[in-house]
Design a protein around this ligand. Sequence first.
Ligand code: SF4
Ligand code: SF4
Length: 372
Amino acid sequence: MSCVAIVHCESYDQALVDAAVEEACLLGGMPEVTGKSILLKPNILSDAKEDRCITTHSQVVRSVVRLLKGKGAKRILIGDSPGLQKPSFLPKASGIHRVCLEEGVDWVDFTKQPTLTTIPYTRGKKLPLASILGEVDMVFSLPKFKTHQLMYTTGAVKNLFGLVPNLYKSPCHVQFPSREQFASLMVGIAAVVKPSFSLMDGIIGMEGPGPANGRPRHMGLLLASCDALALDYAQAQIMGYEPKSIPIIAEGLRRSLGSAPTLYPKLNAGDLVQHDFLRIEMQKQTRFFHSLIIPFVLSRYIRWKVKRERKAPVFLSDPCILCRKCIDICPANALTMQHKRIIIDPSVCIRCYCCHEVCPASAIAVDEEINS
Ligand code: SF4
Ligand code: SF4
């Protein structure tokens, strides 16, 4: 049975969030945590200020910490690893570092001696994962309710990609260029991590060109479940997607990572569908892409097909602040700076949109249409 608790929470007022988090966790079947060490994995992405709605809100993280302390957790740690993380990174802008200090919990640096791990469903791909996974009893995924330009939605399963330290992430797009291949990688990582519980901050989510450049949308919701995939299924439904058309959900169902929700103890996702939500337009899947063996064999064909079907990002010179973050993260070396402008080589670009995710100035447009 996959129970997803969806509860109302209208604002980030701490008392409201505390009460809603407790209700969601109780109804969502949060496991016994007494005496356990628990890693909390919020979505920090690029550690932006909370009003941009890119990161899991610090008040939500704080409420989870307080709840776990009250339930007798032995040790609580918080960590994430944004793509351009420096060794000394602390999530100060998002307020999550302040939560660590004020609540007396440890911030974990995922870049320290990560453990090379074979990821299932990827034909033997090995990736470094945060070594803290071997030291804690439980992982809680704390995603943000957001769209995602590449994967349509980002949720409890995709959030676990942050356990791959910083710049090890973006090169994965070279090896897993199609959405379906990338979904296999995300599901494989989740199968290794086995999150014990997930709680999604959907109080103010993001619509449009997420996960970093969309626009905030008040949803007034928290979602919680022991089944990360079921939680993502409910999120996709609320956004107005057919959940099984989301590659990570389709692949997760196929691999029995989780299931569609079978029980909504409070609010039902079907009653919360936002028909005017700004979604990323779904690209047609072909029968070719439904075969998950052939794509790995015909990788050159896949790359050609991805380039043909997805548009390369467009760089806008006016808002650009020349920070070079896009150049630093681009796994294909498709970008250069010339005469104070970012220049893209579309023949080299693999359409992963990592540049779009890290741009702090909304200076990169991805011209895949948005549905409303
Ligand atoms: S230019 Fe952007 S979309 Fe193209 S490969 Fe580089 S990071 Fe990916
Ligand atoms: S990340 Fe954005 S602001 Fe920074 S150089 Fe690239 S386009 Fe310009």
